[in-house]
Design a protein around this ligand. Structure first.
Ligand code: C2O
Ligand code: CU
Length: 545
């Protein structure tokens, strides 16, 4: 039996990539960080020691933490950060999740290197809803900057423009052998002919959705975001930052060849420079006579801005909706929310001009509110009735209704208001939320993530949401259940969930630069009637603000 107590020491360690060595922030000196393996229903304790030089928090992405947001992690939302030298023991409660999730830093841009996989196995005595694989690997997709990531962050905050793009994508921490100085470290998957492998994908990249494919091999998707799906066989996958995906790989090809697994960006932003680099790992068959240097077959990945390829794949995913893993899509909705999500501009705070359009600085918003981080966490303020930290007036509708995806939009939409506004929900409210991408400044896809819940994606479409027509297209039978969903560029998605997890829960775009610019809001879900529906009390060692 695996231990339920872990020590996570956050500290710097030297790592060499792309011919350069630099110090990066790690957990226990590892990059990617340690994998956590639990069974459904387990509770674990992670003691986090901050031995780095920056404030830090850790988040358990996709873990619902029923009634216990105290260990959820986003800085200034559910806790104040752990200061250098500080310790915080987090309690992670696994309830309904099953499959692959992950953990990552949720402060500044530390998550670039501070992240790892979480694997939730079925309860003892139960099994997968698919044939048991012979072996499994976490496949963590990431990004690597030659520069210090904190410098990248500081620089673009100063200039008000876009951040520098990364220098490489990575698979399990390795750029792979299409990059310089990466050949001998390329991640290798050694397989036996005829066997089946479970690949547990995590997109831990900071700013890029990715396409992933393996030459000559199909992937059969069996799970997403810590829940099972109907099996879906495809020759590539689309995975956005924040998302996880479980897929079976059948080792059924000519064992005398070597095959690349390759990943590269899916990118539609107008002014965002496209990272045309490709990260690779190698699939090799055991016991064959292939010389180490023989040619490796590359897969065909969709074109970098192929939105139909990206959403064609995502749109085929269906939750299992079986007896053992039922889907229960809320059918009667008590709260309808529409949120326009936009990239915006704000006046430059420097004397001279910033690098955004017309000398402005770039920002982002939900319903034209660009989120401002408070200096005491919202959960603490809510729990202890501290006034003046947030206001419960996050608008449930955009300030103006337009065709948000038109080429020219009213200037008034370009400049958001700033504020720490939250949306309050009564316990057990059934929520339907339409997330509408807009063409303000420039349209781009947004992977929106909700803490504390998984939600059903009941509908999606390109262009402006049509409230009279689009609801008739909703799938209320077996829609995919996710914690992170891609809103297509200048398109929309509709999500549904039942607000039955009391507490303070963050919602934000998982593109890190959009999070930094303010594309987020907070839900505060009240207690239910019975004591079993109440927020649990905080632990004694919450980091002080
Ligand atoms: Cu994976 Cu709020 O994050
Ligand atoms: Cu975004």
């Amino acid at each position: 039996l695996a231990s339920s107590h872990y020590n996570f020491v956050v500290k710097e360690a030297p790592y060499k990539r792309l011919c350069h060595t630099k110090k990066i922030l790690t957990v226990n000196g590892k990059f990617p960080g340690p994998t956590i393996r639990v069974h459904k229903g387990d509770t674990i304790y992670v003691k986090v020691h901050n031995k780095g030089k920056y404030n830090i928090t850790l988040h358990w992405h996709g873990v619902k933490q029923p009634r216990y947001p105290w260990s959820d992690g986003p800085e200034y939302i559910t806790q104040c950060p752990i200061k250098p030298g500080g310790i915080f023991k987090q309690k992670i409660i696994f309830s309904t999740e099953e499959g692959t999730l992950w953990w990552h830093a949720h402060s500044d841009w530390s998550r670039a290197t501070v992240h790892g996989a979480v694997i939730v196995y079925p309860k003892f005595g139960t099994g997968y809803p698919f044939p048991k694989p012979n072996a499994e690997w976490p496949i963590i997709l990431g990004e690597w900057w030659k520069k210090d990531v904190m410098e990248v962050l500081q620089l673009f905050l100063r200039t008000g423009g876009d951040p520098n793009i990364s220098d490489a994508f990575t698979i399990n921490g390795q750029p792979g052998d299409l990059y310089q100085c990466s050949k001998s470290e390329t991640f290798r998957l050694s397989v036996d002919q005829g066997k089946t492998y479970l690949l547990r994908f995590v997109n831990a990249a900071m700013n890029s959705p990715l396409f992933v494919s393996i030459a000559n091999h199909m992937l059969t998707v069996v799970g997403i975001d810590g829940g099972y799906t109907k099996p879906l066989t495809s020759n590539y996958i689309t995975i956005s930052p924040g998302q996880t995906l479980d897929a079976l790989l059948q080792a059924n090809q000519n064992p005398n060849n070597l095959y690349y697994m390759a990943a590269r960006a899916y990118s539609t932003g107008l002014n965002v420079p496209f990272d045309n680099t490709t990260t690779t790992a190698i699939v090799q068959y055991n016991g064959n006579s292939t010389p180490f240097s023989s040619p490796i077959i590359l897969p065909n990945l969709p074109y970098y801005n192929d939105t139909d390829a990206a959403f064609g794949f995502l749109g085929l995913l269906r939750s299992l909706a079986s007896n053992e893993h039922p889907g229960n899509v809320p059918l009667k909705i008590s709260s309808h929310i529409i949120s326009a999500i936009s990239v915006n501009t704000l006046p430059c705070e420097r004397n001279n001009s910033c690098e955004g359009p017309n000398g402005t600085r770039l920002a982002a918003s939900m319903n034209n509110i660009s989120f401002v981080w408070p200096s005491i966490d919202i959960l603490e303020a809510y729990y202890r009735h501290i006034n003046g930290v947030y206001r419960p007036n996050f608008p449930g509708f955009p300030p103006y209704i337009f065709n948000f995806t038109a080429d020219y939009l009213p200037l008034i939409l370009e400049i958001p208001k700033r504020g720490t506004k939250v949306k309050e929900l009564k316990f057990n409210t059934t929520v339907e939320m339409v997330l509408q991408g807009t063409n303000v400044v420039a349209g781009i896809d947004h992977p929106m993530h909700l803490h504390g819940y998984s939600f059903f994606i009941v509908g999606t479409g390109y262009r402006n949401f049509d409230k009279d027509k689009d609801p008739f297209t909703y799938n209320l039978i077996d829609p995919p259940l996710r914690n992170t969903a891609m809103v297509p560029k200048n398109g929309w998605i509709t999500i549904r969930f039942t607000a039955n997890n009391p507490g303070v829960w963050f919602m934000h775009c998982h593109i890190e630069r959009h999070l930094t610019w303010g594309m987020e809001t907070v839900f505060i879900v009240s207690n239910g009637k019975c004591p079993e529906e109440h927020l649990l009390p905080p632990p004694p060692d919450m980091p002080p603000c």
